[in-house]
Design a protein around this ligand. Sequence first.
Ligand code: GCU
Length: 415
Amino acid sequence: MRLVQVFTCAFISLALSGCVKMTLAWADLRPDGPEAAPPALATTIENWEKNHAPALRDAFQAHVYGYLPDAYELEILSREVLDEEAFDGVARLTEYKLQAQLRFGDEVHQTKPFYMDVASPVGDETAPIILMQTFCPRWDTIPHPAVSRPENAGGCSGGGIGASVMTYVFGRYIATPPIKMIVERGYGVATIFPSEFAPDSRERGLAALTAMSRGIAPGKSRWGAVAAWAWGFSLMVDALESDEAIKSSDYITFGHSRYGKSALLAAAFDERIGGVIAHQSGTGGASLNRRKKGESVAAITKSYPHWFAESYAAYAGREEEMPVDQHQLLALIAPRPVLLGNARRDVWSDPNGAFRAAIGADPVYELYGSVGLDQTRLDEWKPQAALSFWIRPGTHGVVKEDWPAFLEFLDAHFD
Ligand code: GCU
């Protein structure tokens, strides 16, 4: 690669991650900063499940993500096996056309139809299924010619300089995970592109989210896209559970960055989700709001007003006053396994804030008698721990060494 290209890529890398200064910094590998507050404590599992957890779910909706629908129904419009022997014969590829009806108060809203594609290991109906939302459309996540796509659809992996720069900057797996490697290892992959029903754009996103939640009770915050995408993960479980050809009992949400936020939220609200891989989920994900490095509440709510409830923006500069913090989101997932993926130079997503959140969530894992966080430094990764914190060198993205680590974690918990 010519020098000028290297410089162009490096510049775009820094600019795109919105963090020129932060990307040049390094996360300290020792825990750094104050303890998570308020503490996630409960005396008994019963007390936690009956009192603390419901109150926290309400508080997260009120102060961070906005409210999920009062009720919803999913309709499976069609289901088609696209290829019995995809990816060199290892995967069966199935496509579902879905549509959801949701209700806030008395107002019923219908989403546009959207698709889910599933690559599942041939001959293994019970394989755990990784539910994925990625930056790129479904046809990039599961690159198979039979996957439906709108006419003239764009995408990330169509070749050309844009796709090469993206891969160069954000890693080889940013657009397309190693589907064959994952399926051969015994896991299915299901994917939706959540922008099909909740667009990741300020104007269109806000318009769609506001329209969907028109009937919300006065005084409650409308949901943001992160909550809508989290709900999307639950829709995926609904669709898979209704399919007689799938007998899995393990659903793991996977998301990088913004979708790491939705992957965590989905598990905190939906107990059918058995585990989470949240890679570089940052602010609004695993990293604490209080005393943070990297992206502040002010920065995230200014750049992405459609991701959260309006109430979250009101805590900009007053994070200490928030009645909840992100360690409590992790605690809501206990005792289910969570992998928190991080990178040393991805200080924008604040690895240390995520580590302190894991320390803060640990007492609830212990309450369940599970090994929560089993490391005292950021670089003592234990894939078998239920709160598993992984940090690698490098920056924001999904790179060569990430998927092997994700699979090691999954094998430790779901094999
Ligand atoms: C931006 C944003 C982060 C987000 C990231 C991503 O950098 O500030 O909060 O996680 O985009 O989704 O890649």
